[in-house]
Write a protein that binds this ligand. Structure first.
Ligand SMILES: [Zn+2]
Length: 178
């Protein structure tokens, strides 16, 4: 098990578009395993490679509700791309492991169809709805350098960023002491 550090603002990597994966090899599969370990440990329902400092177009997700006894349904998507989005929108309260402890409502297409490569390098297409649709769009945004707070007003976004940066700075001395 390898849990990686999740980066937060103002780390400039979060704003950098991720590179497409040229070949799905063992290095990518190892990265995906680390990403699942990191996501489940956090815990979160989605994670993009850039959030662990690897600006590659790779995302993982698992929206199963363990508290309700649902079986895990891990899904890894390489070079994901939205190929269709519904006109109908949905609003969900979103959060992000890179913007810790901040939650706010974001409106997105209710359903999307995504083309991607699986862990064997095979091209796949999949239809997403409900929380899965929100999660996959949020993670694909990370591969483009977009954060969910970008959909909020500038005022809110700046307030949230200040909070995150201030809190991260507060943590540094604590960590070095222990
Ligand atoms: Zn996120």
């Amino acid at each position: 098990m390898a849990i990686r550090k999740i980066i937060t603002p103002p780390n400039p990597l979060l704003r950098q578009p991720s590179l497409k994966v040229a070949e799905v090899d063992d290095t990518i599969r190892r990265l995906i395993r680390d990403m699942f370990d990191t996501m489940y440990d956090a815990p979160g329902i989605g994670l993009a490679a850039v959030q662990v400092g690897e600006p590659l177009s790779v995302i993982v997700m698992d929206t199963a509700d363990k508290e309700k006894g649902e079986e895990p349904r891990p899904l890894a998507l390489i070079n994901p791309e939205v190929v269709w989005a519904s006109e109908q929108k949905a609003t969900w309260q979103e959060g992000c492991l890179s913007v810790p402890d901040i939650y706010d409502e974001v409106e997105r297409p209710m359903e999307v169809r995504v083309r991607y490569l699986d862990e064997n390098g095979e091209e796949q297409e999949r239809h997403f709805s409900g929380l899965d649709a929100i999660c996959v769009q949020h993670e694909i945004d990370h591969t483009k350098g977009i954060l969910f707070i970008d959909y909020l007003s500038r005022l809110k976004r700046e307030r949230y960023l200040k909070k995150v940066i201030k809190r991260a700075h507060g943590r540094v001395p604590n960590l070095s002491q222990t």
